[in-house]
Design a protein around this ligand. Sequence first.
Ligand code: EZ4
Ligand code: CO
Length: 402
Amino acid sequence: MKITNATVNVCSPGRNFVTLKVETDEGLYGLGDGTLNGRELAVVSYLTEHVISCLIGRDPFQTEDIWQYLYRGGYWRRGPVTMAAIGAVDMALWDIKGKALNTPVYNLLGGRSRNGVLVYAHANGADIEHTIDAVAREIDRGYLAVRAQSGIPGLDSTYGVAKGNKPYEPAERGLPSESLWSTEKYLQHTPKLFERLRKRFGPDVHLLHDCHHRLTPIEAARLGKELEPFHLFWMEDPTPAELAEGLGIIRQHTTTPIAVGEVFNTIWDAKILIEKQWIDYIRMTVAHAGGLTHLKKVADFAALHHIRTGCHGATDLSPVSMAAALHFGLAVHNLGIQEHMPHSAETDAVFPHGYSFHGGYMYPGDEPGLGVDLDEKLAAKYPYQRAYLPINRKLDGTLFDW
Ligand code: EZ4
Ligand code: CO
């Protein structure tokens, strides 16, 4: 089999998605997700200007060699744009492989290690009472694990909390919006939220929380200690993780489990964190970490160090990524949990898919390949619209981490 053509689709059914379609001389095609929130067109250009012509004539079964060709052969290694482009190609090739062999991708990654993939829902509210209601709604829908984020008294908006009645969506159309932040107010408020949630929902539901890279290591250590009585499943991105040793400081102070990695691209971002066992969950995505070929290696390395997976699964990853994460999560031995932020009805219609949710778990479905398609006609009705993630400032105007 040979690759004969590849095209990039950019559409915006509620939010922007970049989808690579790789075609073969046998009529089979594969899809890969290359969406990089707020920087979408950089990946499009990387693919169309620099990658696609190098793929023509290659054997799509050679996932390892093509991965190395694009990673080592590009000379300029790593980085989110490069790795998202490689991720899109790699995903599409695994999709083709599955279709050609008439088997779901999970069978090519080791087969089923479990019946379904444990997922967590998002719940948020303007204050603690509304967040409690939102968690109750997700539990009623069948979720066994819920991430809780709450508005903070004295701050107009914060990460993870929806404005109005719309579901939370981090990117907004137009230029970046700005929000104001106070670590002091956040640290006072957050333990109260989890005290209330545990009291209300009892010990069994898994509770998660995302700090979104906003604390220094010692601030995160304080929060982790104060959350210990409420037994979180994890505390996510407590501090920016470029400085790996920061996670080491947090680890010395608290037994609250730590999850990081949604902005990582390769094993090199995570190597020290994994080796030192400073984290408990590695959250890289199939799309941004160079596809299944690389993520499988990361997961196997993590497994040697008691670290489990917890792939990022926000709505800015397309249903193609969601499917890939579910095949991966079903197959790897060290699955922790998978994030599940359901896509809008418009997005689901553009990307018909075989995966499903039932009773707290998701299932990739048994269709050959990844089990996701792209309705190009419908996609054409939703042209790209520029959108950015917000930026964040401290109350005195200093630019801060969002
Ligand atoms: O802010 O995906 O855990 N989920 C997250 C997300 C990220 C967005 C950024 O594009 O942190 O909401
Ligand atoms: Co996050």
